[in-house]
Design a protein around this ligand. Structure first.
Ligand code: SF4
Ligand code: SF4
Length: 274
């Protein structure tokens, strides 16, 4: 018996919404008795895509974070339901029984990720079932994984050391979106956005972009030197939050510059004139 899991690589997600649409195609208007009731045409997002805007103008980045149910081992939705109306299958999939869960509105607020939706018409809590009805028919993956054009969604057996998900987890690169919830999630991420420090350097005497200038970032046990690009831009990515950094800029024939940055959020230092 497999134990299913998914790894979502944020660095590969282009925000195309194909997974979102495949989920709609599979579940809107389709009942799967014992697995899930039909998803309404509006108001529910079993494969939700969070669009996270980072930085300040003109240095703005957009990151897409697909957010389905994480099919947790410590699932508060299971304990919040009565009479086994929400349960964990032996393969790890958490199912909201579309008959037994009728009227169990309290289940919606039990999930700290907010991935359970209330169907007013059916008086039913609903969420992603990992397309369990298809997996039980022999499908190798849910519809969202099947359609992803960039390979951002990996799916497989967490107990098989040779599966892609197991290899990704073994690499140590995976993490939870909210480890503080302590849910032991079966859906984890690679490349969740941290913070960046960026800036643009110009030569004061010529007013031209300062390309190829050395920029050094020091702090939080790190020291990294990079060169500005053709446009004088530099960027240090994947920095820890709430840390203090010193940025030094040096170019032959110009007075060195030094500035500080605290990564409470992403930092754009603006135009720095040498
Ligand atoms: S993510 Fe929420 S709905 Fe899904 S299993 Fe965990 S607690 Fe339950
Ligand atoms: S289908 Fe893949 S690339 Fe497109 S939004 Fe979903 S995870 Fe991202």
């Amino acid at each position: 018996m497999a134990r299913y899991g998914m790894v979502i690589d944020i660095t590969k997600c282009s925000g195309c919404y194909d997974c979102f649409l495949a989920c709609k195609d599979e579940h809107c208007g389709h009942d799967y008795p014992g697995y899930s009731a039909a998803q309404p045409m509006t108001g529910q997002f079993w494969m939700n895509i969070i669009e996270k805007e980072r930085g300040q103008y003109p240095k703005v980045k957009l990151t897409y974070i697909p957010v389905p149910c994480r099919h947790c081992e410590n699932a508060p939705c299971v304990s919040s339901a009565r009479d086994g109306a929400v349960y964990r299958r032996p393969d790890g999939i958490i199912i909201i029984d579309p008959e037994k869960a009728k009227g169990h509105r309290q289940v919606v607020s039990s999930c700290p990720y907010g991935v359970i939706y209330w169907n007013e018409q059916k008086s039913l809590p609903q969420k992603c079932s990992l397309c369990a009805h298809l997996l039980d028919e022999g499908w190798k993956e849910p519809r969202c994984v099947e359609v992803c054009p960039t390979g951002a969604l990996a799916f497989g057996d967490l107990d098989d050391p040779d599966s892609e998900v197991s290899r990704l987890i073994a690499s140590g690169a995976t993490e939870s979106l909210h480890p503080e919830y302590g849910l032991k999630e079966s859906v984890t991420y690679i490349g969740l956005p941290k913070t960046f420090v960026a800036g643009t350097v110009v030569f004061g005497d010529t007013d031209e972009c300062a390309g190829g200038v050395a920029v050094t970032l020091t702090g939080n046990g790190k020291k990294m030197t990079i060169k500005t690009n053709f446009f004088g831009d530099f960027e240090f990515e994947n920095l820890d939050k709430n840390e203090d950094y010193i940025i030094e800029i040096e170019a032959k024939g110009y007075k060195p510059q030094e500035m500080s940055a605290k990564t409470k959020t992403d930092v754009y230092l603006g135009i720095i004139t040498l």
